[in-house]
Design a protein around this ligand. Structure first.
Ligand SMILES: [Zn+2]
Length: 318
């Protein structure tokens, strides 16, 4: 049952990540508590190589992840890696992969990371302000528009785009059809507030039918614990309810002449109030307002309003 943020007796620092073997040779790197910048990643061993799914935000976290992968896979070479999307918590650590690793990503993911200024220094929107350590921008060598299949020995891994903007405009999932394991990236936040301001709320909502159609036995979300069995549908349905709540809140706010910030202030978060990073309601409403008005999202204004809603900078354990 994944209904709220994980209880953590101590601050979930960089040493708290664990590499969980979802099934033989398929590993999920799960970092509590999954809030801002604290992501999940993964590794799939097959034949004589390893595919890494995402890296981490900081040098320290990425080194711990890659060290754990090295140990758990008996030192097999990381020949391939994929970024599920452009966000720094999934991609800033790319530069710590071996020089010979071939990196895959959606074309919009590649362009997004290429243009991302935050890797050069994080603005003080978070407290404490993240320090990425020794990472540099490293972009995919191979872009995947809709689908690509990797074969690592007998193991098949499909890299697939949902066909719509969702979490971002350049999302990919990694699907293991034999093992029925889905690495969803940030299409799924298990027990934390989902974030779709750089993608599409309506697209993300429709992507849940696509995600459900895999009938995965295990799902590794972009943030939060690994999901198995009935917990998968439960969490997908929570996302659907949250996105419908966002759409209703935006429609109601616009009809009353409220700004995105005002609409967020008036909204009752209800069952979603216990999720970490609740201020994402402001960012998500900014996306709905921008799409309704047919304009680009004003990202600095959206973050400014999220901090105004919260009354302080956003929190991160990264
Ligand atoms: Zn993300």
């Amino acid at each position: 049952m994944i209904l709220g943020p994980q209880a953590t007796p101590t601050p979930p620092g960089p040493g708290s990540g664990t590499l969980d073997e979802v099934c033989p040779g398929v590993h999920a790197w799960v970092q509590p508590d999954g809030s801002w910048w604290v992501n999940n990643a993964g590794a799939v061993a097959g034949g004589d190589s390893v595919l890494v799914v995402d890296t981490c935000a900081t040098e320290a976290r990425t080194r711990r992840f890659l060290d754990a992968v090295h140990t758990s896979t008996g030192g097999l070479p990381v020949r391939f890696a994929v970024n599920t999307h452009q966000h720094g918590d999934h991609a800033y650590g790319n530069s710590l992969l071996p020089a010979s690793t071939v990196l895959f990503g959606h074309p919009n993911m590649r362009e997004g990371l290429r243009m991302d200024p935050v890797i050069e220094g994080c603005p003080p929107l978070w407290d404490p302000v993240p320090d990425w350590g020794g990472v540099t921008r490293r972009l995919p060598h191979v872009t995947v528009e809709s689908a690509l299949t990797l074969h690592l020995g007998d193991r098949r891994i499909d890299l697939l785009h949902p066909g719509t903007p969702a979490h971002t405009t350049g999302d990919l999932v990694a699907w293991l059809p034999e093992e029925r394991v889905l690495f969803s990236g940030d299409l799924v936040f298990a027990g934390l507030t989902p974030l779709v301001f750089m993608g599409s709320v309506t697209g993300a909502l429709s992507a849940f039918d696509w995600l459900a159609s895999f009938a995965a036995e295990a799902l590794v979300p972009g943030h939060g614990p690994v999901l198995r069995g009935p917990a998968i549908d439960e969490v997908l349905e929570q996302h659907r309810r949250y996105y419908r709540f966002l759409i209703h809140t935006a429609e109601d706010g616009r009809s009353r002449g409220w700004s995105a910030l005002e609409a967020a202030r008036q909204a009752d978060l209800g069952e979603f109030a216990g999720w970490a990073d609740a201020e994402r309601i402001v960012l998500n409403l900014h996306r709905l307002y921008a799409d309704h008005e047919g304009r680009e999202l004003d990202i600095p204004a959206a973050f400014g309003d999220a901090i105004a809603w919260l009354g302080r900078p956003m929190h991160t354990w990264v």
